[in-house]
Design a binder for this molecule. Structure first.
Ligand code: M6R
Length: 610
């Protein structure tokens, strides 16, 4: 949520900052701004909307300087406007702050500062930081001490960068709850809220931890805790490539990421699914393996799409691995005093590894004594670091705000975990190797579904003007219905609901008429006949049926106006195939309606505020 970029070195800072902000724009795009040290003062520029607006407003040669910082905003406090855009300055214009997160006690701090004569310009929580630092700076001790003291007074979350014309060759960065990474270049340092903004310049990085701050100048970096204890940080190597975060010829990141799925699923399986040996090896769970296998209960935590993955996981883990499993919205779990008992294993599912609610729920579970594990995409992210073990999904950077490839990789990893546990418990009633082969065949089958994209585009053209959609599925495909509806909502702004197919007749059936598209997921599995009855019920109310069905289903064509075919697979792997047409449908409808697919309104990729 929001993106941060900072630069200290000998090159021009502004172009580096703007380029970095563009890579972070998926985290927020309500406004963008930058500040650069120039001739003993701080020069700022802010614009509402995308980073490209900021870029085109950059006066040629006017914002020169080799120390600077920039921000792309997702509005929390105060509407998207120039005055609310970061950086925020103090009264004298000599201290500038950019900030991700939320200062929860900003209101009381602001009152005190106003009483002390400070003048605020914006409605943001962030601006209190600039004035508070200004106030504390008056006492002497320099910028570092002022920042440190200010952070002791602040409640909430932050990833901040501070600069001051009093000490123009340095940036001070600090973290509590909002990610920050420092990149080490040749005689230069870069700061970002996400390493994708740094990779063009360096692969060597260090991640800030909560409660740490760093003072960075071209000559070096010193890192301390807020209690003034010096710490040595380890330097890590980034493992992804620049082309993974570029569009590679696709019109949108979302389309690129949908098409990457054969490869990303393969990556999730690589080295783990050992078909010949009949083994599932999950290195990151090795130390926690016994705890997982003997778990009394598993609780899967997540938000949005990751929560949907958890719902599919629940079907897998209960029915194949025989472990009682619950799935919780992370945001609800943390505030309802959950009862954690001995033997509970909590698994946080998160693409970004930074979602504030998921992280907080995880901490709550850990504090109460649960074994905490993670299924995470972003390597080195906070959730990945705070869990006792876990499995990376290895989907590569996901830039489109609508999550696609992360979902199918999360499901793939949940399937691996389930197989590993079921095998260890001797619970598999079907041939284990057969299941492994089926899992191994999924990337190719996903490729086949993607081959049907042109037909899905045509169907999207037929349905693009609908005002509402209903998505129906049963069993492990109920969460797929939820996911299909979420994808459509978030990028096309069409109202959509996902429902368990049989539950429809308890209410939503009243909505069905000849204008209502009803997307039915009807694989030929154990409950095929039941779902077909539900499809009949829709047909009887003249709903416009779009069915996602198997290649060998000869009956569905008599009921559905549109049929999208997917290959057959083992029941619990079905969601991995069935969701692909729904991703494409949402994508093509959004494109046909002319919305901003990769950066839908009001959303941000990584929700790092509660
Ligand atoms: O990074 P996370 O997986 O923790 O993110 C969770 C949700 O914010 C995310 O899945 C969101 O719902 C997506 N926009 C869905 O497409």
């Amino acid at each position: 949520m929001c993106g941060i970029v900072g630069y200290v070195g000998s090159r021009e800072a502004a172009p580096i900052i703007v380029e970095g902000l563009k890579r972070l724009e998926y985290r927020g795009y309500d406004s963008a701004g930058l500040a650069v040290q120039r001739g003993g003062r701080i020069v700022t520029l802010k614009k509402v909307g995308k980073v490209s607006h900021l870029e085109s407003a950059l006066p040629a040669g006017a914002i020169t300087g080799s120390v600077g910082m920039g921000h792309t905003r997702w509005a929390t406090h105060g509407e998207p406007s120039e005055v609310n855009a970061h950086p925020h300055l103090d009264c004298s214009g000599s201290i500038a702050v950019i900030h991700n997160g939320v200062i929860e006690n900003y209101s009381s701090l602001k009152k005190k500062l106003i009483a002390g004569g400070h003048q605020f310009l914006s409605e943001t929580d962030t601006e209190v930081l600039s004035h508070l630092i200004e106030e504390l700076h008056k006492a002497g001790g320099g910028l570092e001490q002022a920042v440190r003291k200010a952070l002791h007074q602040v409640k909430g979350t932050y990833g901040i960068v501070v600069m001051s014309s009093h000490e123009p060759r340095k940036l001070i960065v600090a973290r509590k709850g909002s990610p920050l990474v420092i990149g080490f270049g040749e005689g230069e340092y870069l700061i970002a809220s996400d390493p994708s903004a740094l990779i063009r310049h360096t692969r060597k990085v260090t991640y800030m931890e909560d409660g740490e701050y760093a003072v960075i100048s071209a000559e070096g970096i010193s890192t301390k805790t807020l209690d003034d204890v010096t710490i040595q940080k380890s330097v890590e190597e980034l493992s992804f490539e620049l082309d993974q975060i570029e569009r590679g010829g696709f019109e949108h990141f979302m389309l690129k990421e949908i098409h990457e799925q054969p490869e990303t699923i393969r990556n999730a399986l690589r080295g783990r699914l050992q078909v010949e040996e009949g083994e599932v090896k999950l290195g990151g769970l090795e130390q926690m393996r016994e705890k997982l296998i003997s778990a009394r209960r598993i609780i899967l935590l997540g938000c949005g799409t990751s929560w949907h993955a958890g719902l599919v996981g629940e079907y897998m883990l209960e029915q194949i691995a025989g472990i009682p499993t619950e799935v919780e919205y992370a945001s609800e779990f943390r505030y309802r005093s959950p009862v954690i008992q001995q033997g509970d294993v909590v698994i946080a599912i998160s693409q970004s590894g930074e979602t504030a609610d998921t992280l907080a729920a995880l901490r709550e579970a850990k504090a109460k004594g649960a074994t905490v594990l993670g299924i995470v995409n972003v390597v080195g992210s906070t959730i990945a670091r705070e869990t006792q073990g876990g499995v990376y999904i290895h989907a590569g950077p996901e830039i489109g705000v609508a999550s696609t490839k992360a979902f199918t990789s999360q499901l793939t990893v949940l399937a691996l975990v389930t197989l590993m546990v079921a095998r260890a418990k001797g619970l598999l009633h079907v041939d284990y190797k057969l299941l492994m082969k089926e899992l191994d065949a999924l990337p190719e089958k996903v490729g086949k579904v993607l081959d049907g994209a042109a037909r899905i585009r045509e169907i999207a053209g037929e349905l693009k003007n609908a005002r509402n959609f209903l998505y129906l599925g049963r069993g492990a495909n109920f969460p797929v219905a939820l996911e299909g509806a979420l994808k459509l909502k978030e990028i096309s702004y069409i109202h959509a609901e996902g429902y368990p197919a049989a539950e429809m007749k308890h209410g939503p059936i009243a909505l069905i008429d000849e204008h209502m598209p009803v997307v039915c997921i009807v694989p030929k599995d154990a409950i095929y006949e039941k779902v077909m009855s539900n499809v009949q019920e829709v047909k009887a109310r003249r709903g416009r049926i779009l069915a996602v069905a198997n290649e060998d289903d000869d009956d569905i064509g008599h009921l559905a106006e549109f049929v999208i075919r997917v290959p057959r697979t083992f029941g619990f792997f079905g969601p991995i195939l069935n969701v692909i047409p729904l991703q494409l449908l949402a994508y093509y409808i959004a494109v046909a309606r002319g919305t901003n697919v990769d950066q839908p309104r009001n959303l941000a990729k990584s929700v790092t505020v509660e």
